[in-house]
Design a protein around this ligand. Sequence first.
Ligand code: G3I
Length: 334
Amino acid sequence: KDLAPIKDVYQDDFLIGNVASTSDLGGVRLDLLKHHHNVITAENAMKPDATQPTKGNFTWSDNLVDGALAQGLSVHGHVLVWHQQTPAWMNTSDGVPLGREEALGNLRTHIKTVVEHYGDRVISWDVVNEAMNDNPSNPSNWKAALRKSAWYNAIGEDYVEQAFLAAREVLDAHPEWDIKLYYNDYNDDNQNKAQAIYSMVKELNDKYAQTHPGKLLVDGIGMQAHYSVNTNPNNVKLSLEKFISLGVEVSVTELDIQAGSDSQLTEKQAIAQGYLYAQLFQLYQEHADHIARVTFWGLNDATSWRSESNPLLFDKDLQAKPAYYGVVDPDKFI
Ligand code: G3I
């Protein structure tokens, strides 16, 4: 409680987020969540498999969304279209890709129903997640760089555009809502991947603007930022500036930095981790005009999806690590 709230340190710059499930909306975890953050992302609860496990049967995370809002936390929606945590019926039948029209119908129905249901209780959506291959060899040809996912196999290379168009249709019917539509991906520091993402978003937005002058199809790019202590912050800078040059907003959507192993962190490793967090937050602050939100992917090391590599700001006992101090006072830390 004595620690400076991260959200206050960056209140003039961008929102500070973290993942949350309903079990985080009480006790000491809620205290930590509220003290440092002003926005949450559901780590799993709003993914396609959780939301529409069987065709036409939707399971809503209203308790989480309304519970967060009641605590004064905003909500970012994650995720509408992905190749993981997606029920097989949406795009395959007995392991074989569905025909284009049927898969497109499933994609559109899912997106439209979910975006309509949550409405402006969310501030933004990850419309499509992780559509690109990891290190494409010819990144300007973004279509060739698309992951051959079940959605790709069933619908074809325009499935990303179709997903954004479906979400955009809902928003167009509700001009009173202010919801941003994001493309979200990892390995964002890899320059080939960043170039492929850049090329795709540029082409989709340029095409859309021909029929909707001055309007964006893709509002933002999410840099997941699942890094390690060996990540070169100059590559992060290059990617960030490349995305900003598209005229879209950027959010850092799933930040964590692997350090150490086997849930052990030496002092030296902890400081190296804090140093990279500090370098990143210096960079984010320099570009704050174009960054909407910085979200960490976990409250503390013990509950991280990669807990063995100690990636977060707070340890298993919820105590602040050097990483926390790197975030709240980068200049002093460096
Ligand atoms: O809910 C089931 C439970 O019923 C079952 O008994 C248990 C047995 O394995 O699994 C539980 O599901 C797990 C789920 O998390 C909920 O805890 C899955 O196995 C596990 O694979 C799943 O992992 C999630 C992962 O996405 C799945 O791809 C992580 O929590 C989540 O942090 C991670 O988040 C992703 C982002 O959505 C997209 N970007 C990458 C990021 C990290 O992988």
